[in-house]
Design a protein around this ligand. Structure first.
Ligand code: UN1
Length: 508
C-alpha cells in the first residue's frame, strides 16, 4: 500500500479534470503515480449491474446516433477536438503523472488525439461505398457502409488516451456508440477524457446519453464486455497474452475483434546507412517512453562492418542518458521517465539475466534513483550486444532494453528480423534504394519504415501488425471500415421479369 501522498497540485489537477471524482471513489483500486508511488486516488470498480446498465444505454444510444447524419456526427468530434486543444496541457500533465511518460510525450499523446479528431471530422463526409457494374440489364449494385453497433474499447497503460481516441473518434463518426475499459493502471486519464467528452456531448443536440462511457475494472469487468453479444466489435490493445484470452472469446460469439498486441520491433542498419540519421532514430525508438511503446525498438541488426562503431556510439549515448537524463518526467531536462511499476522492472531484469550468459557486453539495466524515489522504478536504459539472436530475444520486454546483433548479408538480417512471433513495426537505415525496396517487400510487419525509426507513427496511416500482433488496423487510411458493417445491395429498376445472375433460367 502506498504511503506517499500526491502533492496538492496533483490533486488539484485531477479535480480540475474530473470534477465528479467522488462518484468514482471507493476501495477497489489504489491509483498510484509511477513517478514516486504516490497515491493519486482510490477508486471503485463498476459492479456487474452497472456494466449491464452501461451496455444497455450504449445499445439505446446507438439506435439514436445511427440516424444522425455522419457530417453532424463529425461536428461533435470537431467540438471534442477543440475541447482537447483547450485542455491539452492539463490532460498531458495527467498522462505524465499517471503513466510516467515525459511531459513532452504526454503533450504528443494529446496531440495525437487532436489529430485523430481532425481526421475523423474529414472522414465524416467521406464514408464512401462503391457502385459496382451489374451483369444484368437494369440492375445496379452498391456497397453500403452502415453503423455497426456499440464498440468495446480496451486500452493499455502506455497510451492511455490516444489509442482510445483512434478507436472512439472513428467509431463515433461511423455512427457507433462506445464503451471504454481503460487499463486499471491509468483510470484517471480515462475519467478525465470522458469528462471532457461529456462536457461537449451534453450540449450537443442529438447526442444521446450513453454514447460513450467508461467501465472501471480489471479482467472480470473487461470480460463482461468481451462476452456480451450486443457488442459487435471489441478493439483491444495490450499484451499478446491478453489478446490470446480476448480473441477466442469474441470469436466464440461470432463477434469481431480488432487486436493491437505486442511488438518486437527491429531496425536493420546497412553498410550504406547514414549514421547521423540512424543513431537518433535508434535512441528515440529504444529509450523514448522508457521503452514502453508497442512500437519501441527492441532489436538493432547491424552489418558486421559497422557493429563496433554503432555499438560504441550508442554506448556513450546510453551512459550519458543513464547518468543524467533519467528522472522526473515532469522535469523538462528528463528524457526517460520511470517504468510503470515494479513488475515491469522485474521483467526487464529477467530478460537481462537470460541474455547475460550470451552477451558480448551489457550497458546499463540497473535501477537508478531508488534513494530519491523509493516508490518509483527508474532504470538505466540497457543495451545488450549479442553475437546472434538468442531465444529470449523472441519475447517482448516492455522496458528500455535493446539488443544489438551483427549480420553479414541482408537476407540473413531479414531472416532474423522475421524470426520473432510478433509483427508490428520495422525499419531499415539505408541510402541504397535496392535495399530499401527489398526490405519493404520482405518485412513481415504492419509498419515498415525507411530511414525513420520504428516508433512514432503518424495517425494518417493504418496502425497495427501481423502474426502475434493480432492483425488489426486502427487509426488512419481505411481503418474506419472496421467500425462499420458492409452491405452489398442490388436494385432492379426495369419493368420486365428480372433476369437471374449467372444466366440461370427459371421459367415458371
Ligand atoms: C502503442 O504503443 O500502443 O507509433 C501505440 C507510435 C505511437 C503509437 C504507439 N503513435 O509509437
Amino acid at each position: 500500500m502506498s504511503t506517499v501522498q500526491a502533492p496538492p497540485a496533483a490533486r488539484e489537477l485531477i479535480l480540475r479534470l474530473i470534477p465528479q471524482l467522488s462518484r468514482f471513489e471507493g476501495s477497489d483500486l489504489i491509483v498510484t503515480s509511477p513517478t514516486n508511488g504516490a497515491e493519486l486516488a482510490r477508486l471503485r470498480f463498476d459492479t456487474s449491474a452497472e456494466i449491464e446498465a452501461k451496455i444497455a444505454a450504449a445499445v439505446r444510444a446507438f439506435e439514436v446516433w445511427r440516424e444522425v447524419p455522419a457530417p453532424q456526427r463529425g461536428e461533435l468530434i470537431r467540438q471534442f477536438g477543440n475541447k482537447l486543444r483547450e485542455h491539452k496541457e492539463d490532460l498531458a500533465r495527467l498522462v505524465t503523472l499517471e503513466c510516467g511518460k515525459i511531459l513532452e510525450e504526454g503533450r504528443g499523446e494529446v496531440q495525437e488525439m487532436i489529430d485523430i479528431c481532425d481526421f475523423a471530422v474529414g472522414l465524416s463526409r467521406q464514408l464512401y461505398g462503391l457502385t459496382i457494374q451489374s451483369e444484368r440489364p437494369h440492375h445496379v449494385m452498391q456497397e453500403n457502409w452502415l453503423p455497426l453497433g456499440p464498440v468495446g474499447i480496451i486500452s493499455a497503460f502506455n497510451f492511455p488516451v490516444a489509442v482510445w481516441s483512434w478507436n472512439s473518434c472513428l467509431a463515433l463518426v461511423c455512427g457507433d456508440s462506445c464503451l471504454w475499459k481503460p487499463s486499471e493502471k491509468t483510470p484517471l486519464t480515462a475519467l478525465a477524457t470522458q469528462a471532457l467528452f461529456e462536457s461537449v456531448a451534453q450540449n450537443f443536440p442529438g447526442a444521446p446519453e450513453g454514447l460513450s462511457s467508461v467501465i472501471l475494472g480489471a479482467v472480470e469487468q473487461g470480460n463482461q464486455l468481451v462476452e456480451d453479444r450486443r457488442i459487435p466489435l471489441i478493439s483491444a490493445t495490450g499484451s499478446t497474452r491478453m489478446g490470446k484470452a480476448v480473441g477466442p472469446k469474441v470469436a466464440a460469439r461470432f463477434g469481431r475483434s480488432l487486436l493491437e498486441l505486442g511488438g518486437n520491433n527491429a531496425m536493420i542498419v546497412t553498410p550504406s546507412a547514414d549514421l547521423g540519421v540512424a543513431i537518433p532514430s535508434i535512441l528515440f525508438g529504444s529509450v523514448g517512453t522508457a521503452g514502453q511503446r508497442c512500437t519501441s525498438t527492441r532489436r538493432v541488426l547491424v552489418h558486421r562492418s559497422l557493429i563496433d562503431k554503432v555499438f560504441e556510439t550508442l554506448k556513450s549515448a546510453y551512459l550519458q542518458i543513464g547518468s543524467s537524463k533519467v528522472g522526473d518526467p515532469l522535469d523538462s531536462s528528463t528524457l526517460v521517465g520511470p517504468l510503470i511499476d515494479e513488475m515491469a522492472f522485474d521483467g526487464m531484469q529477467k530478460a537481462l539475466d537470460a541474455a547475460r550468459p550470451h552477451a558480448v557486453e551489457i550497458v546499463g539495466g540497473q535501477r537508478v534513483l531508488a534513494d530519491r524515489y523509493p516508490g518509483g522504478f527508474y532504470a538505466h536504459p540497457a543495451l545488450v550486444r549479442l553475437e546472434k539472436q538468442i531465444a529470449s530475444v523472441h519475447e517482448e520486454t516492455f522496458a528500455p532494453l535493446t539488443y544489438v546483433i551483427p549480420y553479414d548479408t541482408l537476407e540473413e538480417a531479414m531472416r532474423m528480423h522475421n524470426e520473432v512471433p510478433q509483427g508490428l513495426s520495422s525499419a531499415i537505415m539505408t541510402t541504397d534504394v535496392r535495399e530499401a525496396e527489398y526490405f519493404k517487400r520482405h518485412s513481415d510487419c504492419g509498419i515498415a519504415n525507411v530511414n525513420i525509426g520504428t516508433s512514432g507513427a503518424e495517425i494518417g496511416g493504418a496502425f497495427g501488425g501481423e502474426k502475434e500482433t493480432g492483425g488489426g488496423r486502427e487509426s488512419g487510411s481505411d481503418s474506419w471500415k472496421a467500425y462499420m458493417r458492409r452491405q452489398t445491395s442490388t436494385t432492379y429498376f426495369g419493368k420486365d421479369r428480372p433476369a437471374l445472375a449467372q444466366g440461370i433460367r427459371f421459367d415458371v
